[in-house]
Ligand binder design. Structure first.
Ligand SMILES: [Zn+2]
Length: 351
């Protein structure tokens, strides 16, 4: 009797992985059937499996069937939406879970495929934490949509559920705005050895990324940085700073003293307009507003910031940042979104 295959491995580890004896060879024509659901529900998952397997040079022909099949998808919600149970036997695969569970399960199935077929095993899995994601900064380095899609495949194959998309920073503004076209004309580009370096995403690009993510059951969280990391925006709109500039889109890394002026009504209007556009573009639950690494040097010397602190009865500049953050939080909440930020937004206290 052959020993169970013991070298099955997944990243992250599945909650329970039990190697079994034997191997399932991949037939050239894979028959797939669905239990407890409709054939229409089967299509998105199977199409994903086909795409992923073809990336591993194991292109499959598949057909939906009501009879014997090598892969059986059982629609059976587990203890959480991402939970799945995957059993690979010498005569076939049984994958049960919700439709999200199926996607996580076929990700595992893709990763487990090796030359000669699938090692037999039983896997029971669900993420330990509800947020299992990856963050990508597209400001320091710009990633075209095709590369984002490749990354979304890798995220999905690692059974992650969240893509945190860092869209604005000192070194570039990457989101096209209907209200402020200068953000793509000016803020999206920086000078690199005499050449313009950068790029941006149109509304169509965003929709394409969201569609691709949704097929993989990944939530996209957009991030618009404020009140620091604003050099790219200030290069186009110096009037939103404390002392008026002029500025250039940053060419180096670091923390810059020039940030959005928290005392000027135009800043609040700009940020709320941008967040309004973000809410229109991104249907997800969360919007991230950054909030890290904001020096208060300019605010201390700015008559507008100091006047705002008096009007709002704030004791110091940290509280001024908290006031601005709370105002954005209220704005997002009124639009049905939850605001997220880096830990430093807590420094001046939050209600
Ligand atoms: Zn100011």
């Amino acid at each position: 009797m052959t020993e169970p295959t013991s070298d099955i491995s997944l990243i992250p580890l599945a909650q329970k992985m039990e190697p079994k004896t034997g191997r399932l060879r991949v037939p050239s024509n894979l028959r797939i059937r669905v239990e407890g659901g409709s054939t229409e529900q089967l299509h998105p998952t199977v199409s994903l499996l086909g795409q992923w397997l073809s990336q591993k040079d194991a292109s499959i022909q598949w057909q939906a069937t009501h009879e014997e099949a090598e892969i059986q998808l059982v629609l059976q919600p587990g203890p959480s939406s991402e939970a799945y149970r995957l059993e690979i036997r010498p005569d076939g695969v049984i994958l049960s879970g919700s439709e999200t569970g199926w996607v996580r399960g076929v990700a595992a199935l893709t990763v487990l495929l090796e030359e000669g077929g699938w090692p037999c095993c039983v896997i029971e899995d669900a993420p330990r934490f509800s947020w299992r994601g990856m963050h990508l900064d597209v400001c320091r380095h710009f990633y075209p949509v095709d590369r984002i899609k490749r990354l979304l495949d890798l995220i999905a194959l690692h059974r992650m559920n969240t893509f945190h998309w860092h869209l604005t920073d000192d070194q570039g503004w990457r989101l096209a705005s209907k209200a402020y076209p200068a953000l793509t004309q000016v803020s999206a580009w920086r000078d690199r050895d005499g050449q313009a370096y950068g790029g941006y995403y149109t509304a169509e690009d965003v929709a394409e990324v969201l569609r691709y993510a949704q097929q993989r059951h990944i939530e996209v969280v957009p991030e618009i940085e404020m009140p620091g990391h604003a050099m790219a925006a200030l290069a186009a709109f110096p009037e939103l700073s404390c002392h008026g500039g002029p500025f250039e889109v940053a060419n180096t890394c670091g923390i810059f003293d020039d940030v959005y002026c928290a005392g000027k009504p135009a800043t609040v209007e700009f940020l709320e307009t941008i967040l309004g556009e973000v809410v229109e573009l991104f249907p997800g639950r969360y919007v991230h507003i950054g909030g890290d690494e904001c020096p208060k040097t300019r605010w201390k010397d700015c008559p507008d910031c100091q006047a705002q602190m008096k009007t709002q009865r704030l004791q110091n500049e940290d509280q001024l940042q908290s006031w601005l953050v709370s105002r954005m939080g209220d704005f997002l909440q009124a639009k049905g979104k939850r605001m997220l930020g880096w830990d430093e937004i807590l420094e001046g206290g939050l209600p």
